[in-house]
Write a protein of this length. Structure first.
Length: 304
């Protein structure tokens, strides 16, 4: 019997010491699908998942595990057969996403976009802007990335209020959001996209935020009602910074482009030099577990 086949989006050598009891192929299904597709037992998806990633899954008749390089699996979950274990990239993007979150918060508060535009015009225009220090920051979502964001926020002399789906020690439940929102200066969204969180930030949510508060979305675009956000920004009552949108790439005709008091980054939360060392480490460890018949980490559904 031949060794189980693993499809990787990068060279096996990047893993350092991949288990020797497995076979490896480097495959990008957006370019070509090898004849070995029916033999794949362990599939590590490309980081930027195109529709080809899902379309190839039904042809993987020997598939046992799908390992994503993203923390969210909402764009692939429905395509993975029930009997196949689906594992996410928890831990890969904590550092990168936390860094970008702080960058968005600080840039929006201190007016960096306006300074850049002034530089382009060769204008010297000092401004008095709010600091992050002494602000109350509401973290909506407190998993691994939320904890990484909090660790980087605390040295800025802020008060962090944690919110998650279920209450636990030191963490409020989502049901408490209506009472917490009016007290927060900065609201950071870092929740997974589920039926429960889709459209979570609607007109009512935004209306409960205090005047001049900052909303930062590093979760998924569909967590926020785009029309409600644009209307609120146009009113001048709130500011926002987003790394995600409900349609990506963001269409040229989207009203978000021209919305006032909005900073946009193009879904680059995980796209930094910190990503790949952590991705290689996670995949290497997962493959060693798989080869040894041990339980896998980060299992979102199924059980290998």
């Amino acid at each position: 019997m031949s060794a189980p086949l693993v499809w990787l989006p990068f060279e096996p050598a990047e893993l350092g010491d991949p288990p020797t009891g497995l076979r490896y192929e480097v495959v990008d299904p957006a370019r070509a699908v090898p004849a070995s597709v029916g033999e794949v037992a362990f599939y590590v998806t490309p980081y930027r998942m195109s529709p080809d990633v899902g379309e190839v899954l039904p042809r993987m008749t020997g598939l046992q595990v799908v390992q994503t390089l993203s923390a969210g699996v909402d764009n692939v979950r429905a395509m993975v057969p029930e009997e196949v274990s689906l594992c996410n990239g928890r831990g890969i993007h904590d550092t990168s996403t936390a860094e970008l979150t702080l960058t968005l918060v600080l840039a929006a508060l201190r007016g960096i976009p306006e300074f850049v535009r002034g530089q382009d015009r060769r204008e010297w225009s000092p401004q008095w802007r709010p600091a992050l220090a002494d602000r109350r920051v509401l973290l909506v979502g407190h998993g691994a990335i939320g904890a990484a964001i909090e660790a980087r926020l605390l040295p800025f002399e802020v008060e962090v209020v944690r919110v998650a789906r279920s209450a636990r020690e030191g963490v409020h439940a989502w049901s408490e959001l209506p009472d917490l929102l009016p007290l927060a200066d900065v609201v950071i969204l870092i929740v997974p996209l589920t039926d429960e969180t889709r459209g979570l930030v609607d007109a009512a949510f935004l209306a409960r935020m205090k005047d001049d508060a900052l909303l930062v979305n590093v979760a998924r675009g569909a967590v926020v009602d785009t029309a409600a956000l644009v209307a609120t920004l146009r009113s001048g009552r709130l500011r926002a910074a987003i790394d995600v949108a409900d349609t990506e790439p963001l269409p040229a005709e989207s009203p978000l482009w021209s919305a006032p008091n909005l900073l946009i980054s193009p879904h680059v939360g995980g796209a930094s030099s910190a990503m790949w060392p952590r991705a290689y480490r996670l995949v290497r460890d997962q493959l060693h577990r798989f080869a040894a018949g041990e339980p896998l980490a980060n299992v979102m559904r199924g059980a290998y």
